[in-house]
Design a protein. Structure first.
Lengths: 493, 452
């Protein structure tokens, strides 16, 4: 059973003198000694890199890839992450030399197609969320949140409202929300959710007292998968108190063509192009956290912005009100190419259909599992994801949400999100997305039901899962105690 | 085409299993006033061929650097990308996974990150590396903020020879937190170390410099580091990872935090994104460090495995007290960097660095032989970029060079008004002698008043 299935580290495969391939040309200019050109004192001696053949490289990374679960291999219902199918055509278009082989500082007349794509995608995103303008500069959702908080601060500063140093955030929010607000120098004031899992209006009212609130950061649909039905009133309350309202748009996949944050009263939001718009998650990135704003925040967008004059596109760098720059250049352009490709492929009707199917799939799971797992906050309908609590399983079989997740691996599925949102004890957050079929979802549901039964009949098998993966549960405590963050032998001598 | 798997029948069955007859029932939580009734102003769906044609049409409006010679650098570099890098990284098993929250089914990504961390530590000779930052500029801003919070000091001292775009990003991050960014002047294309020693004081959290610096020149990194340390501040260096094939690693001269742009390690230029911020530091700072990090450990049966560790620094656990807000990072680009560094290996990376050095110096010497073209910083040593003062306007030269299918250097005047009339050229190993000669003769043609 404890067969050692390790893939060696590439450093173990290395042999002195081995080289990969004939990758580089011979020097065709007169050779000068590096120590003369750079100074001997500037040169290094050791360069601890592996020495391997190209076949070693190919086998090693192919083996590593086989040690991953992925959307391409199976159902990946990781809540809040929108693990939908990532169309292959996106990779084809992003790889076109006319996009991939562009330098960001090329003369503008040589990148008109790139500027046009950015301009069009920004407009499309603004249309989808019902706002005025968009920037693609942030590299991920959290980066978009940070940028938005910078703009909120600049907005209040211009009005002389510098006492506004508080950002209100529900306790159900993703951890990046408070972290981003704090990174921007704001104090974070948490507000508890009500018994329905939504924003508690009385709590919000109280938090808004004192005139020091700069903004409310709200996720809609929220992280419990529920639509904030009081959203217009919430936005009104914050606006009446002089604050702005930020929408964490991680859950935009629930709303395409169905409803728009801009119409609800939000001032600013971020998109995760790597969720809603199908760009691959890459094992943890890259993403793009595009930010859209209403007219009130447009002056503060980061520079450069792209403008259209006649048929010509150009960067505009001078904008005295802009918060500045949050990326080396213009953001993740090749991610923007993928998202643009996706929007053209779906069209307006496809976007709407995506959200409709996302809602159907999530509600179907909810309906079919409601007898086996406690639905968090028993609302009649969820949006694009459903959150269960494993409270019952914990009570009945001392089985935790994490145990159920690990057991799902034995049934061939990626686990849901665990321990988020923090307000749901033993949370199992399931987001099926629109691209999965009823057939796949039915087999997932059957696995969940089987695990619920195991919890009653043989909880040990769930508590000790997974049993079929290449490694079993890893000792996290040991990882922290005996920190091993790089391959030590490489640095010895 | 929404890539939907459900058939109409599936949907009808699912709705009826929930006790609904139509989809609209699922919209009950949405107040009617905010239900979107219109039609989005977005084109109707295109077939796959139509999408490809539209994207190809846009791509064709750009001058791509496979068909043109590129002598632009300034942070993004046209280094060779071995074919194997893209071929492996595009595998869906890597590309369509997410952050390895569940280590039992993510050992591939986790081990690759562990190898990446090892390679970055090896290149820089630092103790620890994280799993990636968004890009070089935000990595630098995070490093500076990390220094302010470790030392509880408010001044970020930055060399004027640090990439001006990076300095804009530091300034943006500092503005909102109330930290002061103090710029150190340059002299002859490098940081003025005498002025630096006058500027640093007990409020200095860090001294930030770049090696080679924005002008391509080598800094006196020992003195810069020492000056920071004498003031009790941290030394932070941005480095070009390719240069580390030849140059002394920052760990050797005692820098506390090292970061840089990892695009040249096997990633596309991509019009400047997505990028890869690498980030490494001394192990003293292991608890104040931003970003994901992977460690080795054992499973319940004693087998070696990898997992994300030191998680209590992160936003999902620590919320507003986290060391950074970063969540999604640049994992796939870090994977490309890992494959690149393995494929090139010890001799290959040295070779890339050396070829770039040789070709840049050849280009420099040939260009300087043109009458009126002069080195902007005659006393500086440089790696693969160099600044030249030109007898013609840089932007006019660039316009003419385009006709010879050459993308010329960066017009320095756009970033340093005092250097108007000068260009920053970059030459990597991808340029042949013939290509460099073409640049030289086209430039000569323009200088002599003819057309390129
Ligand atoms: C609700 C929510 N908000 C914000 C984020 C942060 O987005 P990113 O990981 O792209 O920074 C996430 C995702 O991980 C999320 O689920």
């Amino acid at each position: 059973m404890s067969k050692d299935t390790r893939e060696p580290l590439i450093f173990d495969v290395s042999r002195p003198g081995r080289v990969a391939a004939n990758l580089l040309p011979k020097c065709d200019v007169p050779y000068q000694s590096p120590s003369e050109l750079l100074g001997a004192e500037s040169l290094r001696e050791k360069l601890p890199l592996p020495e391997v053949s190209e076949l070693d490289v190919v086998r090693h990374f192919t083996h590593l890839s086989q040690r991953n679960y992925s959307i391409d291999a199976g159902f990946y219902p990781l809540g809040s992450c929108t693990m939908k199918y990532n169309p292959k055509i996106n990779e084809k278009t992003a790889g076109l030399p006319g996009f991939a082989a562009l330098h960001p500082l090329q003369p503008q007349e040589t990148v008109q197609g790139a500027l046009e794509l950015i301009y069009e995608l920004q407009k499309m995103l603004a249309e989808i969320c019902g706002m005025k303008a968009t920037t693609l500069q942030p590299s991920a959702g959290a980066h978009g949140e940070l940028l938005a908080m910078m703009m909120v601060q600049a907005y209040h500063a211009e009005r002389g409202d510098t006492q506004r140093n508080i950002v209100v955030i529900p306790d159900s929010a993703h951890g990046t929300n408070p972290a981003s607000a704090a990174r921007c120098g704001f104090k974070v004031k948490g507000i508890p959710s009500n018994e329905k899992g939504c924003t508690d209006l009385a709590g919000l009212e109280k938090a808004l007292e004192g005139g020091n609130v700069a903004a409310l950061m709200l996720t809609n649909p929220n992280t419990v998968g529920l639509f904030e039905s009081d959203i217009q009133q919430i936005c009104q309350m914050v606006h009446d108190a002089g604050g702005l309202v930020y929408c964490d748009g991680a859950n935009m996949n629930a709303m395409l063509g169905l409803t728009r944050p801009g119409d609800m009263g939000f001032d600013v939001m971020h998109f995760n192009l790597h969720k809603t718009f199908s760009t691959p998650h890459g094992g943890g990135g890259p993403g793009c956290g595009a930010v859209s704003v209403q007219a009130n925040l447009e002056p503060y967008l980061p520079v450069p912005t792209v403008e259209k004059e006649g048929d010509t596109f150009r960067w505009k760098f001078d904008n005295s009100k802009s918060v500045g720059k949050v990326h080396s250049f213009y953001g993740a352009f090749l991610i923007a190419v993928r998202a643009y490709t996706y929007i053209l492929s779906l069209g307006k009707e496809g976007l709407r259909s995506a959200s409709e199917n996302a809602l159907i799939n999530a509600n179907y799971i909810r309906a079919r599992l409601a007898d086996y797992y406690d639905v968090a906050y028993n609302a009649p309908i969820c949006m694009h994801e459903v959150v269960f609590s494993a409270n019952r399983q914990k009570r009945e079989g001392d089985v935790r949400a994490m145990d159920i997740s690990k057991r799902l691996m034995d049934y061939g599925f990626h686990p849901p999100t665990n321990y988020f949102p923090l307000i749901v004890p033993e949370a199992l957050m399931i987001e099926p997305t629109e691209t999965e079929s009823k057939q796949t979802i039915d087999s997932f549901i059957e696995a969940m039901i089987a695990i619920a039964k195991e919890t009653q009949e043989n909880p040990e098998i769930v508590r000790t899962a997974p049993h079929t993966t290449l490694v079993s549960r890893l000792d996290e405590t040991m990882a922290v105690k005996n920190l091993d963050l790089r391959y030590a032998p490489l640095f010895e001598e | 085409m929404a890539y939907i798997s459900n058939t109409n029948e599936d949907r009808a069955e699912m709705l009826s299993a929930m006790g609904f007859t139509s989809f609209d029932a699922l919209l009950a939580p949405l107040p009617p006033a905010i239900r979107y009734q219109g039609e989005l102003n977005i084109p109707t769906a295109l077939d796959e061929g139509g999408v490809l044609r539209r994207l190809q049409q846009l791509a064709a409006k750009n001058v791509d650097l496979e068909s043109h010679l590129c002598f632009l650098g300034a942070g993004i570099y046209d280094h060779f990308r071995p074919v194997v890098v893209g071929m492996l990284a595009v595998r869906g098993e890597f590309a369509t996974a997410y952050t390895p929250y569940q280590p039992e089914v993510s050992q591939g990504t986790l081990q690759a990150i562990y190898e990446y961390q090892t390679l970055i530590c090896g290149l820089t000779n630092m103790d620890i590396s994280n799993a990636s930052m968004y890009d070089g500029a935000t990595g630098l801003a995070e490093a500076a903020l990390m220094a302010t919070s470790i030392l509880n000091r408010g001044d970020i001292v930055v060399s004027g020879a640090v990439n001006p775009l990076y300095r804009q990003v530091i300034q943006t991050y500092a503005n909102v937190t109330g930290y002061r960014v103090v710029e150190v002047p340059t002299a002859e294309g490098v940081t003025d170390t005498e002025r630096l020693s006058e500027i640093v004081n007990s409020q200095t959290a860090c001294v930030v410099f770049q090696q080679p610096n924005f002008f391509g020149n080598l800094e006196d990194v020992e003195t810069l580091t020492e000056t920071a340390h004498k003031a009790g501040a941290l030394a932070i260096s941005a480095v070009d990872p390719i240069s580390l094939g030849l140059l002394k690693p920052p760990g050797d001269y005692g820098v506390d935090i090292v970061l840089g742009e990892g695009q040249s390690l096997g990633n596309a230029m991509g019009f400047g994104g997505p990028l890869l911020g690498f980030f490494a530091c001394n192990k003293r700072f292991v608890r104040s460090f931003p970003g994901r990090i992977v460690g080795a450990t054992q499973d319940s049966q004693g087998r070696r495995g990898y997992t994300m560790t030191l998680r209590t620094r992160e936003q999902d656990i620590r919320r507003e007290k986290a060391t950074s807000n970063i969540c999604t990072n640049q994992a796939l680009l870090a994977l490309c960097a890992t494959i690149y560094l393995c494929e090139l290996g010890k001799t290959g990376l040295r070779h890339v660095a050396d070829l770039s050095l040789q070709k840049a110096h050849y280009a420099f010497q040939q260009l300087c032989a043109i009458e009126g073209v002069k080195p902007l910083f005659p006393n500086a040593k440089f790696f693969k970029e160099f600044a030249l003062s030109l007898p013609v306007s840089p932007s006019e030269l660039n316009t003419s060079l385009l006709q010879s299918k050459i993308v010329g250097g960066l017009d320095l005047g756009a970033y340093y008004p005092e250097f108007a009339g000068s260009s920053l050229f970059c030459v990597t190993e991808t340029k042949t002698k013939a290509g460099i000669d073409a640049l030289v003769s086209a430039t000569e043609g323009v200088v002599k008043g003819g057309k390129a």
